[in-house]
Design a binder for this molecule. Structure first.
Ligand code: AMP
Length: 217
């Protein structure tokens, strides 16, 4: 049995064509059911639905053999679990693409604050990525860890800036925030449990090959 960990939403939807290329069809709709373990047309493959941030943890601990997780999630995971997390990342799947950016209120002069060496208050869920980014720039920041709706923090005076994922930019625009710096491009990767890679080598190799042949340009 091969267990694949996915999160609902964009990653699930954009992984379906890759699974199809491997001859795998998920036979249950996660939006219509509360089931956490979904069956497929293949008796030897199942999908488990977990929170995006939990995908690396399930794969690391062997609860799933493989998974799909965003680059952001993987960096934050190794930031808090160390680099030796037993996760093999053989493929960038080029799906669920977006960027990690710094955004501020339209009336906050970010360039001047950075140039003057002011201490900047930054709200984010992505503390590993944010602290590394500002350390590399030599900018002093006070990081404020939030778990959601980062856009609110600058609006109510809790932070000067946020570090968040941006896709269309609509969320920032709706909250009168502007993107001032792109930190990195983000896409989702395949992660594989290292023990599974040894024990189920052939099945996993075939999956990786099929996924690779179907990666969108
Ligand atoms: P947008 O309004 O299209 O720029 O999307 C921004 C919002 O969607 C932010 O709150 C992000 O946290 C979230 N978001 C955008 N792209 C992704 C992604 N690939 N994975 C997870 N969250 C995302």
């Amino acid at each position: 049995m091969i267990t694949l960990a996915l999160s609902k939403g964009r990653i699930f939807e954009e992984t379906l064509p890759l699974l199809a290329a491997a001859g795998i069809e998920v036979t249950e709709d996660p939006e219509k059911s509360r089931k956490l373990i979904l069956s497929t047309n293949r008796p030897d493959v199942r999908v488990v639905l977990v929170r995006a941030t939990d995908v690396p943890t399930y794969v690391q601990h062997g609860g799933a053999d493989i998974g799909v997780a965003g680059k952001d999630t993987l960096i934050e995971h190794s930031g808090s679990n160390g680099d030796h997390d037993g996760l093999y990342q053989p493929l960038d799947l080029n799906i669920a693409k977006c960027r990690m950016s710094v955004a501020v209120r339209a009336d906050f002069d970010y360039a001047t604050a950075v140039k003057q060496g002011s201490r900047i208050r930054v709200a984010t869920k992505y503390t590993t990525i944010a602290s590394e980014h500002f350390a590399n720039k030599g900018v002093h920041v006070d990081l404020i860890k939030l778990y959601g709706s980062m856009e609110l923090a600058p609006l109510i005076g809790v932070a000067d800036a946020i570090v968040d994922l941006v896709s269309t930019g609509n969320t920032l625009k709706a909250n009168h925030l502007v993107e001032v710096e792109e930190i990195m491009q983000i896409s989702s990767r395949l992660v594989v449990n290292q023990a599974s890679l040894k024990l189920k080598r052939e099945a996993i190799r075939q999956l990786i090959q099929a996924f690779e042949s179907a990666i969108p340009a």
